[in-house]
Write a protein that binds this ligand. Structure first.
Ligand code: SAM
Length: 225
C-alpha cells in the first residue's frame, strides 16, 4: 500500500535523528520541507541526495494540489519541518487532513522523533503524566484570557515562546502566577542549552542578570502549584 511519511527531525543537534528517519528520507521519492535550505543540512549530514520541495504555512492551495497530484502518480513523499515533529506548531496538519480526505487508502505513517514540548517536559521535573500544551500564545486577542486560564490550571501548562517576546511573557506570568513553579528550557540539544527553574521572580532575575541568555528558542512550563 502506498505510504505518506511524517518524519520527526532534530530540534538542534543533528545527531538526534532516528535510523528509521534516515532510511525513510533516503527511500522517499521527494522530501517535503518547511524550508528546503534547513533540511538540506540534515540530508547532507546523512548523505541523502533527494529531490526536495517546499511546503510551509504560506503555501497556497495550488501547492497542496501539486502534492496531491504527486501522490496520485504513486510517488512516496516524506514530510519534515525545520525542527522536531511536523504539525506540532508547524505546517503539516492541513496537508495530512487533505491526504486523508482524498486518498482514504493511503497509509499515513508517523516516523517518531524529537519534539521540543516533550523534551522540555522530560527534564522539567514538573508532573507530566498529563499536561496542557498551548503551542504559541496569541500576541493580542485572547492572550489575557489564556494567562487567566494558566493561573487557574490544575495541570502543568506548556507553551512555545520566541526570543522577541520571552521577557514580555515572563512579565505577564509574574502578574498572573507569582507563586507557581515555572521552568524554562532553552536551546535544547544545542550549544547554549539551559534549564532555569524557580518562581517567576527568580527566573526574571536570572534573565535580567544575564541578558545574553534571553536568546534562542524557549519552552515555558508552568506547574499547577
Ligand atoms: N514542530 C516543533 C516541535 O515538534 O517541537 C516545534 C516547531 S515551532 C515552529 C518552534 C518552537 O519550538 C520554538 O519557537 C521554540 O519555542 C520551540 N523549540 C524548537 N526547538 C527548540 C529547542 N531546541 N529548544 C527549546 N525550544 C525549542
Amino acid at each position: 500500500m502506498q505510504k505518506f511519511y511524517v518524519v520527526g527531525t532534530p530540534i538542534g543537534n543533528l545527531e538526534d535523528v532516528t535510523h528509521r528517519a534516515v532510511r525513510v528520507l533516503g527511500e522517499a521519492d521527494i522530501v517535503l520541507c518547511e524550508d528546503t535550505r534547513v533540511t538540506a543540512k540534515l540530508l547532507a549530514r546523512y548523505g541523502i541526495a533527494k529531490p526536495t520541495m517546499s511546503y510551509h504555512s504560506q503555501s497556497k492551495l495550488a501547492k497542496t494540489e501539486k502534492i496531491l497530484t504527486l501522490i496520485e502518480e504513486g510517488k512516496t513523499l516524506a514530510l519534515v519541518s525545520d525542527a522536531g515533529t511536523p504539525a506540532i506548531s508547524d505546517p503539516g496538519s492541513m496537508l495530512v487532513s487533505k491526504i486523508r480526505e482524498r486518498f482514504p487508502n493511503i497509509e499515513i505513517i508517523a516516523i517518531p522523533g524529537p519534539s521540543a514540548v516533550v523534551s522540555a517536559l522530560s527534564i522539567s521535573g514538573l508532573p507530566a503524566s498529563e499536561f496542557l500544551f498551548l503551542g504559541f500564545l496569541p500576541h493580542k486577542k485572547g492572550r489575557e484570557t489564556l494567562f487567566k486560564e494558566i493561573a487557574g490550571s490544575e495541570r502543568t501548562i506548556v507553551f512555545y515562546e520566541s526570543p522577541h517576546r520571552i521577557m514580555r511573557t515572563l512579565a505577564s506570568l509574574a502578574k498572573y502566577v507569582p507563586k507557581k513553579r515555572v521552568v524554562i528550557a532553552r536551546e535544547i540539544s544545542k550549544m547554549y542549552e539551559e534549564t532555569v527553574a524557580g518562581t517567576i521572580a527568580e527566573i526574571i532575575a536570572h534573565f535580567e542578570n544575564h541578558p545574553e541568555k534571553a536568546r534562542g528558542e524557549f519552552v515555558v512550563m508552568v506547574g499547577a502549584k
